[in-house]
Design a protein around this ligand. Structure first.
Ligand code: NAD
Length: 264
């Protein structure tokens, strides 16, 4: 069982969208580090409970809390749950996200708003809530935002997602700078193609799966645990001089893979 960072022991984390995929892998990894985790879910209570069971099995502590991260009330409830159950907050992970595919000239305002509400506004609301608590408590807290390789790589037919993630990048950098003097660190993680439910339909289709693998210099899809390892490092004091970065965990996808065989 993985465990690396002694300073994480007993620390309290909120992980949004923790019922599946990368969020539940981060929660589980935090459990292995013996942390106390508030696992947020939107609708999949069973998935969140499974993640909580895994955290507890790994030696950590966990509770599950239903909340919509696109609302102020939702994120406030997550902070309240951390304080009421564990007495504190040390790490806030804005992981919840969704994507909607559509040619941009056909993308409805409703769908645009749905993606921006969670992927961008949700990151703002979660960060604001954590920052306000850290400031009040004079706490050197830690915020981790799940961005994407698409904060850098344009993604036709996913304009709302790319716009949101591009926004998350500069939002992360801005608040990292704004609160650096308080000892609060804010970083992003930019996953590439990771094997999670968000990609299930795409990866079930062999042609699309092969096409995706072909865009990865390391020639494989990543596992959620490989993203969670980055979250543990960013949450820990081992990254004590790191703020405002996006840690790409992408098998090299951001390295212009079309050039991988030396052509061009
Ligand atoms: P996923 O679909 O498996 O999980 C996303 C989670 O977010 C789900 O549990 C979902 O219920 C939750 N969520 C959605 N809307 C919510 C809301 N309003 N309130 C609370 N929770 C909500 O996706 P994943 O692959 O695990 O992605 C996690 C994060 O990583 C996302 O921000 C995603 O954009 C990012 N990411 C994923 C990949 C990948 O290849 N899987 C690549 C780049 C970035």
């Amino acid at each position: 069982m993985k465990k690396m960072y002694d300073d994480l022991k007993e620390k309290v984390a909120v992980v949004t969208g923790g019922s599946k995929g990368i969020g539940s892998a981060i929660a589980k990894r935090f459990g292995q580090e013996k942390m106390k985790v508030v696992i947020n879910y939107n609708s999949d209570q069973a998935g969140a409970q499974k993640a909580a069971d895994e955290v507890i099995e790994a030696g950590g502590n966990a509770i599950i809390v239903q909340a919509d991260v696109a609302t102020e009330q939702g994120v406030q409830e997550l902070l309240t749950a951390a304080i009421n159950n564990y007495g504190d907050l040390d790490v806030w992970v804005n992981n919840a996200g969704l994507e909607i595919k559509s040619p941009t000239h056909e993308l409805s305002l409703e769908d645009w708003n749905k993606v921006i509400a969670v992927d961008q506004t949700g990151v703002f609301l979660g960060s604001k809530t954590a920052l306000a608590y850290f400031k009040k408590q004079q706490k050197k807290g830690n915020i981790i935002n799940l961005s994407s390789v698409h904060e850098r790589i344009p993604w036709p037919t996913f304009a709302s997602y790319a716009a949101a993630k591009g926004g998350v990048k500069l939002f992360t950098q801005t608040i990292a700078m704004e609160y650096a003097k308080d000892g609060i660190r804010v970083n992003a993680i930019g996953p590439g193609a990771i094997n999670t439910p968000i990609n299930a339909e795409k990866f079930a289709d062999k042609a699309q799966y092969d096409q995706t693998v072909n865009m990865v210099p390391m020639d494989r899809i990543g596992d959620p645990e490989e993203v969670a390892a980055g979250a543990a490092w960013l949450a820990s004091n081992e990254s004590s001089y790191v703020t405002g970065i996006t840690l790409f965990i992408d098998g090299g996808m951001t390295l212009y893979p079309a050039f991988k065989d030396g052509q061009g």
